[in-house]
Design a protein around this ligand. Structure first.
Ligand SMILES: [Zn+2]
Length: 447
């Protein structure tokens, strides 16, 4: 989806309209999110508009030329706390409408028109960047669950998995032939995955969004970083212009995009400390700072990419037990959500919503549950093998012995030999069956 964002100066007229055709506001939608509130005016034809801001109290005033003020603004649903009120005011002339947004805080609005696309017609989009926290109940709930308990030592912290439900709010993602929105499917799978992870001792899930609102693709990895995530899983559903393509696929950051991103991060020296943690303060010498940053960032990126590939392979293995595969190996791509140099990130396309059968499957709760289970099992298997430093799982692994399976050995035989339960060995290795193969290295729990 290509969006032309027109930079608008105060009182600068932008859009061209067919004169004489009177415009109308058909609907108004408000999408509050953590750092931006978006207001969308559904218009009959392309909007011709000017705007200005006022202080004491803060207001955004929009003049819509050649537009009727018949739509009732008092009924617009407003769950955020940036916009206090939406109302009409005396227009500058008889044929125009003046809309006033009463704001609780100062903000630098940006306004642009969008042409018809998919289910939507002409729109006037108002973006209100907002750094003050929103009181979205769902968001508060997921945030509070991430706060580390003071009684927990840093040596046995939880592994934090950031789950990103693709799209949301005014962005429905792809739309299936029967009218299913991708944004609803991704959120449902994300929530199922979240609850599986939160039930697992030593793991914790955080959500980039836990409701139907818009977050820009660039903001999503930032949320994962703020929550100190060890991994980011972005969930999407594919679509194609033809109904035939089907199956899931897994995507990781491409090498070329990785290089570009590395360069971008190196340029932003003010953000180095964000990536390097405490290391940045230790580096006092400015001339060697860049070199060290490059080295550490490079290593971090290598690690992220290796992890992403490894985990991507595991997700593919698990997914193929639930769905057919569109691609049998993780694919490299340049997606904005996969650009974190320091957080291993994968994007899972759970299937083609444009395929009528897969759309039907995706609408089935049990099927979404299976997809979430596949991602959960893969994640768990990966972290059992390579638990991040400082986590409970890393500590447990350090206490465990390992055993390399030889020909003729079974789980029950090993359980007997090490005097532990079969179920404990399975749990320590996230095994879903009793089958082990020769050469496999198993963690043997100490108790
Ligand atoms: Zn998508």
């Amino acid at each position: 989806m290509v969006r032309s964002i027109v930079s608008v100066l105060l009182l600068c007229l932008v859009m061209q309209v067919a004169h004489g055709a009177q415009n109308n506001i058909d609907g108004v939608r408000i999408w509050p999110s953590t750092d931006n509130t978006r207001v969308v005016f559904d218009m009959k034809t392309a909007p011709e508009f000017t705007y200005f801001t006022l202080k004491n109290p803060h207001r955004l005033v929009i003049d819509l030329n050649d537009t009727k003020d018949s739509f009732s603004l008092s009924d617009v649903e407003n769950s955020g706390n940036l916009i206090d009120k939406l109302r009409y005011s005396t227009p500058k002339n008889k044929s125009s409408a003046r809309v006033v947004l009463e704001l609780n805080r100062d903000t630098k609005p940006s306004l642009f028109a969008m042409s018809p696309e998919g289910a939507y017609g002409h729109r006037l989009v108002v973006d209100l960047p907002d750094s003050a926290p929103q009181t979205l109940p769902s968001l508060t709930a997921s945030t509070s669950s991430v706060v580390l308990d003071d009684s927990t030592s840093v040596r046995d912290r939880d592994i934090i998995v950031a789950i990103d439900a693709g799209h949301g709010g005014h962005d429905p993602g792809s739309v299936g032939p029967a009218g299913t929105f991708e944004k609803h499917i991704t959120l449902s799978i994300a929530k199922k995955l979240e609850s599986m992870i939160n039930k697992e001792r030593g793991m914790r899930a955080i959500m980039t969004r836990s409701d139907d609102y818009y977050i820009s693709p660039n903001r999503r990895p930032e949320i994962a970083r703020e929550k100190k995530a060890d991994l980011l899983i972005s969930i999407h559903a594919d679509a194609f212009s033809q109904p035939q393509p089907r199956g899931g696929s897994v995507w990781v950051l491409s090498m070329r995009r990785a290089d570009t991103e590395l360069g971008r991060w190196l340029e932003k020296s003010e953000r180095h400390s964000e990536l390097l943690g405490g290391a940045a303060e230790v580096i006092n010498d400015k001339s060697s700072e860049r070199y060290l940053t490059e080295t550490i960032l490079g290593l971090s990126m290598d690690h992220s990419m290796a992890t992403s590939h490894d985990l991507g392979n595991k997700v593919v293995e698990e997914l193929k037990q639930v769905t057919s595969l569109h691609k049998r190996k993780p694919q490299a791509a340049s997606f904005a959500v996969l650009t974190a140099p320091d957080i291993p990130s994968i994007l899972v396309e759970v299937g083609f919503i444009s395929n009528p059968q897969e759309e039907k499957n995706l609408n089935w709760s049990k099927y979404r549950e299976r997809l979430a289970t596949a991602m959960f099992n893969a994640t768990k298997r990966y972290f059992k093998q390579v638990p991040p430093d400082g986590t409970l799982w890393a500590q447990e692994k350090a206490n465990n012995r390992t055993h390399k399976v030889r020909s003729g050995e079974s789980l029950s035989l090993l359980a007997q030999r090490y005097n532990v339960k079969v179920s404990s060995i399975k749990a320590a290795n996230a095994l879903s069956s009793d089958v082990v193969r020769v050469g496999q290295v198993l963690n043997i729990p100490s108790t």
